[in-house]
Design a binder for this molecule. Structure first.
Ligand SMILES: Cc1cc2nc3c(=O)[nH]c(=O)nc-3n(C[C@H](O)[C@H](O)[C@H](O)COP(=O)(O)OP(=O)(O)OC[C@H]3O[C@@H](n4cnc5c(N)ncnc54)[C@H](O)[C@@H]3O)c2cc1C
Length: 494
């Protein structure tokens, strides 16, 4: 029998879940974490960060939030404590090696040429098989401080990524931006939270400028609660599916006007609620298109009040460049924006980071060579014996990652085999085509199942041989929302 060693990179939510479910199947995994603590993004973030998913949808199926947490949207400290108690309760901590950064992973044998010739994932479609090679994982003690972010030479101020700002202690972060002219670049959750935070610290005397190319719809937090209540099978009937039969096709055609009405109603509501026209922040795309691209963000509290009082300046710009004293926006060189600090909150270049972890050119090409999602959002058909959990984004990441971890653990335990590489590629191409229909130019491969969560979970349940219908009564199954606790015991086998 092939050796069954499992290494997990990262001790964020995905790593903790992967570890717990592997342990339950009798494996003895090791978790390699670059940071000095667990929790991933929740271990270091800006002071005002809260969950934007209602906590009932951001909880482990078998480990409830403590009764002391009453807020629908707990703050980042509460989220981190919750993750720490989960890790401690399920005895995950002894499996984690902190301060251990994975530099690269290399697979051998066989050679790249042999890999290309395989019809089945890993040569056999199984996770552990005598045909498969092994991953060599190179790690480094990551306690050395990382190199500072280098800005362009011409700029006299400082340039950084929001991740580095979020990594500072809250007090040091406030001191760092105090009485400085700060520009934040981006219009997603991190950018909005960051700009609101800077505006709060500095007020109108040193207004923060939020620079953005594309605006997105942002919603009040209570709206999220209502939206999550709509995560039911009936709503999914309005959406075309990658593998749809006639009935699913027909229902999507007949019900799609409801999706359109929903989108337009929400857009009108948000225009009424916020002075979007006044500040030139009306998005050019529809609200539903945005959901399909996983770009929904909650508007930070009193965001437009800060704009009104002059602590926050919203500036749409197609292009900007650096000059000695600040930023030249849209080539208006006569009036540069005087700036001391520029913070980029423009995303995390996930594909680039993922690609760079592979030493093989072939695997690097696999990662960036296509825009199709991964099979079941975690397996690349041509990268053997490796799963990429946590890549897929969704409105409730903990919930969706947990179900995929269970699926993965069942696969590792030999419950099912993967289809052939060709079948997996056909499957992911169908997903890509289906999602592009809704998200258009905003299509993101990491956001394949945003409005098809139940359908995705159905596929995972069927793969592992358990009943995808998690509610007892027909009407409840159709109209009540699906959430983490519905998948608590996946022992209800067909
Ligand atoms: C500010 C913010 C707010 C968010 N709010 C929500 C929300 O409300 N709802 C929601 O669903 N999602 C939210 N998210 C998304 C969030 O990323 C996920 O919910 C989830 O926490 C991701 O967990 P993860 O384990 O996949 O990734 P991460 O939390 O990023 O963890 C990855 C871990 O891997 C480690 N690591 C990376 N590379 C290496 C390496 N080479 N070697 C060793 N270790 C490595 C990192 O140090 C990190 O600890 C938010 C994200 C941010 C940034």
């Amino acid at each position: 029998m092939a050796e069954r060693k499992i290494a997990i990179v990262g001790a964020g939510i995905s790593g903790l879940l992967a570890c717990k479910h592997c342990m339950e199947k009798g494996f003895d995994p090791v978790v390699l974490e670059a940071q000095s603590g667990i929790g991933g993004v929740w271990s270091k973030t800006i002071e005002s960060t809260k969950l934007q998913t209602p906590r009932a949808f951001y909880q482990f199926s078998d480990f409830a939030w403590p009764p002391s947490v009453k807020d629908t949207f707990p703050n980042h400290k509460q989220v981190l404590e919750y993750l720490q108690s989960y890790a401690s309760h399920f005895n995950i901590l002894p499996k984690i090696k902190l301060n251990t950064k994975v530099l690269d992973v290399a697979y051998s044998p066989p050679s790249d040429e042999d890999l290309v010739a395989w019809d089945l994932w890993g040569g056999s479609g199984e996770p552990f098989s005598p045909y498969s090679g092994k991953w060599d994982v190179t790690v480094q003690d990551s306690r050395d401080p990382s190199a500072p972010f280098e800005g362009p030479e011409v700029f006299g101020g400082m340039v950084m990524h929001s991740m580095d700002y979020a990594a500072m202690e809250n007090k040091a972060a406030s001191e760092f931006i105090k009485a400085k002219r700060v520009a934040v670049v981006g219009f997603q959750k991190s950018a909005l939270d960051l700009a609101a935070q800077v505006a709060k610290v500095n007020g109108p005397k040193y207004p923060c400028t939020l620079l953005f190319r594309t605006v997105h719809w942002t919603v009040p937090d209570y709206f999220m609660t209502y939206t999550f209540r709509c995560l039911n099978r009936f709503v999914e009937l309005m959406v075309h599916k990658p593998d749809q039969g006639f009935f699913q096709w027909l229902s999507a055609i007949l019900l799609s006007p409801l999706l359109w009405i929903f989108s337009k109603t929400v857009e009108s509501f948000l225009r009424f609620l916020y002075p979007l026209k006044k500040y030139n922040t009306v998005p050019s795309h529809g609200f539903v298109q945005q959901i399909f691209s996983c770009m929904s963000a909650v508007t930070p509290p009193n965001f437009y009040d800060k704009v009104r009082e002059g602590s926050l300046i919203l500036k749409k710009s197609h292009n900007f460049s650096f000059c000695k004293n600040g930023l030249v926006i849209d080539k208006e060189e006569a009036t540069p924006l005087a700036t001391d600090i520029v913070i980029f909150a423009t995303g995390y270049k996930t594909d680039e980071k993922l690609k760079n972890i592979f030493s093989s050119v072939y695997f690097r090409k696999c990662i960036i060579g296509s825009s199709a999602p991964f099979f079941r959002e975690c397996i690349h058909p041509r990268i053997p014996n490796l799963a990429i959990l946590g890549y897929g984004d969704s409105p409730a990441n903990l919930y969706t990652t947990e179900i995929k971890s269970k699926w993965l653990a069942e696969f590792l335990a030999g419950k099912f085999m993967l289809p052939s590489i060709r079948e997996m590629e056909e499957d992911v191409n169908r997903w890509e085509k289906c999602m592009k229909r809704y998200s258009g130019s905003s299509y993101k491969r990491y956001c394949a199942s945003a409005l098809l969560q139940i359908y995705t979970n159905d596929q995972l349940c069927k793969d592992i041989g358990c009943n995808p219908r998690r509610k007892n009564r027909f009407l409840a199954d159709l109209f009540t929302p699906y959430g983490p606790t519905d998948y608590k015991n996946l022992t209800n086998f067909i």
